[in-house]
Design a protein around this ligand. Structure first.
Ligand code: UDP
Length: 417
């Protein structure tokens, strides 16, 4: 198949850990690479955010990234990109005129808008569009309220994308309920989770060295909804529960200079100082992908306590490295982390429960070992990118079959008239 991926803000070539560069970038990059390995031809369209980027980058045989001019060629927060989506659609549509794809897979709601418009650009029938939302505005608004910086138009455009797309791929079961509540026909929803690079995130290999007896780890974009403040509060409680010699390593945020460059890191550093934990919390800043497995392996436990989480690749990476995960039982984390088997579920925004879960893990090397091994087994059994690519391919084939069935039904009806 010729597959066009549209990922407006999340380039598969971007550095990770910044405010708008995280799981979606990983997902688009890894899914595209796995589909290309399965023999499909993939073009990923993303917005040019740097004038120095070449128009086309060949990443591997059958996989090319195309930088489309839409808006200023510099970093623009994703919530300010809507005015440029028309230009993105025009640029993509122009490329479709040279090689038309069999299917378009859009990532995030604004990519869906661009994809639907570009897919209708030619003279023939619209190219079928498959949509993965990655995050939903309804959920974001529920949790972030006035702090949600999404454009107002997302309220009606996102459900419209859902209604217009030929098929939707949800990344977890929780998302299916949310889609239903948005009025979307769940008969056209498939589930394909995110995956993890199992050959790269492994339990065996070098590990970074910690500074204290125990190390807990938080990894992700530094935005308030990731709930890193809960982890810092839990660390303070852990001190009182008999684990004073524990450090928290925080990976992610802007730049690579610790807390100085990043406003959320500054807020968190202040909280740590107020709790007397200045010496126990390290802000690592953005860490390149190749260093991540060694960092995961250096931890006794990885903690993910977001307010909500559309999927969450970090727990999967930890599990693939054989590290137990303390996870808020929200969104995708409720599917990936098995309570009392590969980690421990806690409610979101619950420092006390998080500290209890961590204390349980820190007090038992055997439990950590068992949960870690079970995590690796689960990641390998269910979350390889090859399996995710096969699931996605199935969704594409269903879409094409539905389209073909629709056309022959229409032809039959025409012939009968
Ligand atoms: N990540 C990274 N370096 C960093 C921070 C994060 O490589 O400094 C990666 C992390 O390993 C994971 C991704 O960014 O692969 C974050 O994905 P996740 O789905 O957990 O969160 P999202 O960004 O989608 O909210």
């Amino acid at each position: 198949m010729r597959i066009a991926m549209v990922s407006e803000h999340a380039s598969p070539l971007a550095a990770l850990g910044g405010v708008d560069a995280g799981g979606q970038n990983v997902h688009v990059a890894a899914l595209s690479a796995a589909l290309a390995r399965r023999g499909h031809d993939i073009r990923v369209y993303t917005r040019r955010d740097d004038p120095a980027l070449p128009e086309r980058v060949r990443v591997q045989p059958r996989l090319e990234v195309v930088h489309v001019n839409a808006g200023p060629p510099c970093e623009v927060p994703k919530d300010e990109l809507l005015p440029f989506i028309g230009d993105l659609a025009t640029g993509i549509g122009r490329d479709f005129e040279t090689v038309a794809p069999d299917i378009v897979h859009a990532h995030f709601w604004m990519s869906g808008l661009a994809a639907l418009e570009a897919a209708s650009a030619g003279t023939g029938p619209r190219v079928p569009v498959v949509q993965t939302f990655h995050a939903l505005g309804t959920v974001k608004r529920r949790h972030q309220g006035l702090a949600d910086t999404s454009p107002e138009e997302r309220r009606w455009l996102e459900p419209a994308v859902g209604r217009s797309a030929d098929r939707i791929i949800a990344t977890c079961s929780d998302e299916v309920f949310e889609l239903k509540a948005m009025g979307i026909d769940v008969a056209k929803v498939s589930i394909a989770p995110c995956g993890v690079a199992l050959e790269f995130f492994t339990p065996v290999g070098t590990a970074a060295t910690g500074k204290r007896r125990h190390r807990i780890l938080s990894v992700g974009r530094l935005v308030p909804r990731k709930g890193v403040d809960t982890v810092i509060q839990a660390l303070a409680l852990l001190r009182d529960k008999g684990f004073p010699d524990t450090e928290l390593l925080i990976v992610g945020g802007k730049g690579n200079t610790g807390s100085d460059a990043d406003p959320e890191a500054r807020r968190l550093a202040l909280l740590a100082a107020e709790l007397g934990l200045g010496e126990h919390v390290t802000f690592q800043g953005q860490v390149p992908r190749e260093d991540m497995p060694g960092i995961f392996r250096s931890a006794d436990a990885v903690v993910c306590t977001p307010w909500y989480e559309p999927f969450g690749i970090v727990p999967l990476e930890a599990m693939a490295c054989g590290i137990p995960v303390v996870a808020a039982a929200v969104g995708g984390l409720a599917d990936t982390v098995l309570d009392n088997a590969t980690g421990i579920h806690v409610p979101p925004r619950a420092p006390e429960a998080t500290a209890d879960a961590l204390a349980m893990l820190l007090s038992s090397p055997q439990l950590r070992q068992e949960f870690g091994a079970a995590g690796r087994t689960r990641a390998a059994a269910r979350y390889s990118w090859d399996r995710v690519a096969a699931d996605s391919e199935k969704a594409y084939r269903l879409t094409l079959a539905a389209r073909a069935a629709g056309s022959s039904a229409a032809a039959l009806k025409g012939a009968a008239l």
